[in-house]
Design a protein around this ligand. Structure first.
Ligand SMILES: Cc1cc2nc3c(=O)[nH]c(=O)nc-3n(C[C@H](O)[C@H](O)[C@H](O)COP(=O)(O)OP(=O)(O)OC[C@H]3O[C@@H](n4cnc5c(N)ncnc54)[C@H](O)[C@@H]3O)c2cc1C
Length: 420
């Protein structure tokens, strides 16, 4: 196939064949034809997770065909649909999702498969909204699993390890408005000594830092306007930036969602980036670790002690909270989490050289990696912090005994059995 790489160009897939499915039957035909198959979403992961020695299948070209069930409070939609497209569709009908990631361009199926999250102490990862999944199974048949079914929590953050998800049913709620306020230069002490209060001050709070600055670079508060929460005139002594156009890193001047306290629908305030613009920086590598919120301040201190070395390779870090859930492979499994994210300069060797030091610093806090991002953790280290890994592997092996959906990344981490 013509070479296909991840969105940021950090990995070039080795799969000899790429099929861009237009219908669910196209996906079924690929699986029924035999050989190894893996799903590819919008390619926003940074590593070889999706790769296969057989056929990559994208479901992003299958019609979204959203179906709203107002009485059940769900929407069912094609898994290849981008979050931003569904968000606009829902908003037009007066409905909302509980949260969104920073980027609205990412496919729902791919995001769910890796436990993608936004921020908010009360907000679970995007995967927690999944009520049901319909997937093409190892025989090429169509199977649906629904919340409440046996092992459902093993399917949702599924890494494409047991099938190709083609339809997803998500929880929805009545639409709500959000305002986004940006504070420059909050004191580090506000975060380190008062982490729960700072990160819990609004529906969704994100802290951006380069670790080496004297005060926190930016803190974004996304406040729900139906929740009775106020935005203070001063927060830890700092007034919000009145400008509606923010800037995160060079090149992000014209692609961020409106700030400056401008009220707007959830679909245009919860994501950091606008759907109609070039997302993020692109020329970058991402890494993210999840620690329990209870120990997060000490984890941040451990990272900050490496600030000079980190800053040399870093574009920006973002700190977000994720509510605990029961999904076996979720990075927030049974732990209220602080997600410590790094957007690195596109210097793979320098990033790889730094990760062991960073991971050693975070190991005492049982940090879990983001499945879709760069990390250097050994299989043993990943297994140590993933309590349901063996259960997930057993589920995937039972659903796919011949290893149709296995891949080198999954086998390396013990998420599928090793095959020849
Ligand atoms: C600019 C940028 C911003 C990001 N922001 C965030 C963020 O705010 N929060 C966060 O948590 N992450 C974030 N990410 C990471 C991203 O959300 C995850 O890597 C996500 O998995 C990417 O989804 P995708 O559709 O691109 O999937 P891909 O990267 O194409 O695939 C990822 C995995 O999902 C599987 N998969 C994809 N589609 C399906 C399907 N239909 N059925 C079964 N398995 C499938 C693949 O096999 C693979 O294992 C960001 C990434 C980028 C590039």
């Amino acid at each position: 196939m013509s070479s296909t790489s991840t969105w940021a160009g950090t990995y070039t897939f080795t799969a000899p064949r790429l099929v861009e499915a237009r219908t669910i039957d196209d996906v079924r035909d690929v699986v029924a034809a035999g050989g190894r198959v893996r799903a590819l979403g919008t390619r926003h992961s940074f590593n070889d997770l999706a790769d296969t020695t057989g056929t990559l299948v994208t479901v992003t070209g299958i019609a979204a065909e959203p179906v709203l069930d107002e009485s059940a409070r769900t929407v069912t939609v094609g898994a290849g649909t981008r979050y931003g497209v569904l968000a606009t569709w829902l908003e037009e009908r007066g409905w909302a999702l509980h949260n969104l990631g920073s980027l609205p361009h990412i496919s729902i199926g791919g995001a769910i498969a890796t436990g993608t999250h936004g921020s908010g102490q009360g907000n679970g990862a995007l995967s927690t909204a999944v009520r049901a999944l319909t997937y093409v199974d190892a025989e090429g048949g169509l199977t649906t699993v629904t919340r409440g079914d046996a092992d459902f929590e093993g399917y949702v953050v599924g890494l494409g390890a047991y099938g190709i998800v083609v339809r997803v049913t998500l929880d929805v709620q009545p639409t709500f408005d959000v305002r986004q306020d940006v504070f420059h230069g909050l004191p580090w002490a506000a975060l380190l000594d008062d982490l729960d209060a700072l990160t819990g001050a609004a529906y969704s709070v994100s802290v951006f830092t380069t670790w080496d600055e004297p005060t926190l670079d930016q803190t974004w508060r996304k406040t729900r306007l139906d929740g009775g929460d106020d935005v203070p005139a001063r927060w830890y002594g700092v007034a919000p930036d009145p400008s509606s156009e923010g800037r995160l890193v060079a090149g992000s001047e014209d692609n961020l969602t409106p700030q400056g306290g401008l009220p707007g629908p959830w679909s245009q305030r919860l994501p950091h980036f606008r759907l109609d613009s070039t997302p993020s920086n692109g020329d970058e590598i991402q890494t993210e670790y999840f620690v329990e919120r209870r120990v997060a301040a000490d984890a941040l201190r451990a990272v900050r002690a490496r600030a000079p070395r980190i800053a040399r390779v870093l574009l920006i870090s973002e700190l977000r909270t994720v509510a605990a859930d029961e999904l076996w492979l979720s990075p927030a499994y049974e732990r209220d989490a602080l997600a410590i994210h790094f957007t690195w300069r596109n210097r793979p060797d320098a990033v790889r050289a730094l990760l062991p030091e960073l991971e050693a610093a975070l190991a005492p806090f049982d940090a879990r990696p983001h499945w879709g991002k760069f990390h250097g953790m050994s299989p043993q280290a990943v297994a140590r912090v993933t309590p349901r890994l063996a259960d997930a592997r057993a589920l995937f092996e039972r659903l796919d005994p011949e290893g149709v959906f296995t891949g080198a990344h999954l086998e390396r981490l013990g998420l599928r059995d090793r095959r020849g």
